[in-house]
Design a protein around this ligand. Structure first.
Ligand code: NAP
Length: 349
């Protein structure tokens, strides 16, 4: 029961414990305790969908032991008051049921009521979270079922879980909703689009969205045999390249072959590992755009690397939020039976 409230604080700055005065995303430690503020949402959490780069890092650091990963995640959240991986800097998202809605929460703008099941669309790296128990880790889907609670600030974004799609499917799609929405903005008719790490969640959504524009040629690059097999079965992918995205010269050579030397107008990087910046830059034509959605991207490596080889390309940082992104991502999965089948088979296990 919530009887009293903290004062309203749209960005949740009062929940920062250290260092004081910064925004929750920059903070080392947050306070996730009651009482809630009058403009907050209190969520009883069911699952965390850990960001792919972060899950991968934790899994590697724990030698892929689920038991070690559970204590690692539990300790991380107890220490920081949020699931903010200090190595990758990233978080993920969560699903849960609304336990209380503060009287000043902007429900006109963001309709919600107690009992609604929602997915947060702001990063766990800024979401106050307390875990009481880790129930299960799903290594194939980067999902962790927990008992615990979280706070959403008045400025926070969320989506109601759709009733016509299985929850795990909706979660997988919403997790990367920013990527296809940005793709829609960036791709123009008759362009050549290369997606680095194209066989994953965001990659396949971006490829599908790009292909919706007339005359677009889609080229997907991935590394593993499984990823390549997945991509070859997709009707909206025109060409598939197997290469290691960390090998910039090899990637450049293969993209050059695939584009008869013209290179891509737009390169989208969604590979979930570091050191892939230069393969993206080198795959792009002069004057083209490179869009880094991957959280493993280093701004320094991308910017200095492009300068170092005289690449006059437009480097864009992948904003996880674009207006209407959740609706668009769900629309794609409803529209394409191929995408839906792929997501169900690969990410809903
Ligand atoms: P995902 O499903 O794991 O896809 C990543 C893809 O990269 C996979 O197809 C993977 O192939 C491929 N890959 C791995 N190593 C590779 C290599 N050496 N060369 C080429 N390809 C390689 O990940 P996701 O969920 O789409 O997320 C992609 C990235 O977006 C992650 O870094 C994630 O953190 C980031 N992200 C960003 C935001 C944002 O707000 N900007 C939001 C959510 C996620 P295999 O599976 O075959 O190994």
């Amino acid at each position: 029961m919530v009887n009293s409230f903290r004062a309203a604080d749209r960005f949740g700055i009062q929940r920062v414990l250290a260092p004081l005065g910064v925004l929750p995303q920059q903070a080392e430690r947050l306070d996730a305790s009651l009482p809630m503020a009058e403009d907050e949402l209190w969520i009883e959490v069911e699952s965390l969908n850990i960001d792919s780069a972060s899950f991968h890092q934790i899994s590697t650091a724990c030698g892929e032991s689920l038991e070690k990963m559970a204590s690692h995640i539990f300790d991380l959240v107890r220490r920081r008051g949020k699931h903010h991986n200090p190595v990758t800097g990233s978080g993920g998202m969560l699903i849960g049921r609304v336990s209380a809605v503060g009287p000043a929460f902007p429900i006109q703008e963001k309709p919600v009521k107690v009992g609604d099941r929602i997915a947060t669309l702001v990063s766990l790296s800024l979401t106050p979270l307390e875990i009481r128990k880790i129930k299960k880790i799903y290594p194939k889907t980067d999902r962790v079922d927990i008992e615990g609670h979280a706070i959403l600030f008045a400025s926070g974004l969320f989506a109601q879980l759709p009733s016509d799609l299985p929850e795990s499917l909706a979660l997988a799609v919403l997790d990367v909703a920013g990527a296809p929405a940005q793709t829609r903005r960036l791709v123009q008719e008759n362009q050549t689009v290369v997606v680095i790490g194209g066989g994953g969640k965001s990659g396949t959504l971006c490829l599908y969205e790009a292909k919706r524009k007339s005359g677009v040629k889609t080229i997907a690059l991935d590394y593993s045999d499984a990823g390549i097999a997945r991509l070859k079965a997709l009707p909206f992918v025109d060409q598939v390249i197997q290469a290691d995205a960390r090998d910039a010269v090899e990637v450049m050579r293969k993209v050059s072959e695939a584009t008869s030397g013209r290179m891509a107008d737009l390169v989208i990087n969604v590979a979930n590992l570091p050191e892939t910046e230069m393969s993206s830059v080198l795959s792009c034509r002069q004057g083209g755009v490179v869009y880094f959605f991957s959280m493993a991207t280093s701004f320094t490596r991308a910017a200095l690397g492009a300068e170092g080889i005289g690449a006059d390309v437009d480097l864009r940082i992948g904003n996880g939020y674009t207006s209407g992104h959740a609706e668009l991502a769900l629309e794609l999965i409803r529209e394409s039976s191929t995408l839906r089948k792929l997501f169900t088979e690969v990410y809903c296990g």
